[in-house]
Design a protein around this ligand. Structure first.
Ligand code: CA
Length: 267
């Protein structure tokens, strides 16, 4: 069943100010997470805070309760660090602020897994986007993705931290082989893996008419980049696009949890 996933504590922190969809400050936003057709638990977690331009997708891994604790914990720690005040005063150091937030989330997850043996080995991806008027700042670790769309083109702006992506970069395998590779789910960097981690951080240009899509591999593994762009740009509302994208992943098997956040900068 489709459900929009947000914790009570985050809702309280936001004081009901931000709906998870709709238009705020020239931005239209949609988001959806779904457990999929096979798994019993949704270990993906998302945050969508249009009022201060903060969006996060996290895909947790680990045994019973651990994966969802990792992804939710990461999203909450990053949201706590990237307050509206912190974002407003970051100026030139936005990517450093995002890096610090991701590292703080990592420390919390590592500590939680050291303190509780049932949480041992838990980890999560995190893809974070902060939108300002003409820039998007991104922090990323793991194999969730961010895509930027403009003028009929879609570009994956994050690099997957996965074994398969490394093999692809080294041209050791073809994209078709990557789809079926036995290690396609093995990631090389994530939160919770070790005490010191480094996220990729960068910024991209953000113009009226652009779209930004964040997703977990439950979507990108089953829906092509071209299909994502077609659905994202043809749907009148981002929320409708998110519903269509998740429905397509489910139609194709929904083997994994599926999560998508879509932003459209109004023209
Ligand atoms: Ca996944």
């Amino acid at each position: 069943m489709a459900n929009t996933h947000e914790s009570a504590s985050l809702k309280e922190a936001l004081d009901g100010e931000t709906p998870l969809q709709g238009s705020i400050g020239g931005l239209r936003v949609g988001s959806l997470t779904d457990v999929g057709k096979v798994r019993e638990i949704n270990q993906d977690f998302l945050a969508s805070h249009p009022a201060h331009g903060l969006f996060i997708v996290a895909d947790g891994m680990g045994g019973h309760l651990a994966g969802e604790k990792a992804s939710q914990g990461a999203v909450e720690a990053i949201t706590r660090a990237l307050t509206p005040e912190a974002l407003a005063s970051a100026n030139g150091s936005m990517v450093d602020l995002i890096q610090a937030a991701i590292q703080e989330a990592n420390r919390e997850i590592v500590q939680a897994s050291l303190q509780d043996s049932s949480m041992r080995g838990m980890g999560t991806t995190a893809t974070v986007a902060v939108t300002l008027s003409d820039r998007v700042y991104v922090g990323h670790i793991g194999d969730s993705r961010a895509y930027h769309m403009r003028d009929g083109e879609i570009v994956q702006i994050t690099e997957d931290h996965s074994v398969v992506a490394q093999l692809l970069r080294a041209r050791a395998i073809t994209p078709a082989e990557a789809q079926r590779h036995p290690y396609r789910n093995v990631i090389t960097r994530c939160l919770g893996m070790q005490m010191e981690i480094e996220a990729d951080t960068f910024e991209v240009d953000w113009k009226p008419g652009d779209h930004l899509l964040l997703c977990s591999d439950g979507l990108s593994g089953l829906v092509s980049d071209e299909e994502m762009m077609a659905i994202a740009t043809e749907s009148p509302e981002p929320q409708e696009a998110c519903e269509r994208l998740v429905a397509l992943a489910l139609e194709r098997g929904g083997y994994d949890n599926v999560t998508v956040v879509l932003l459209a900068k109004e023209s």
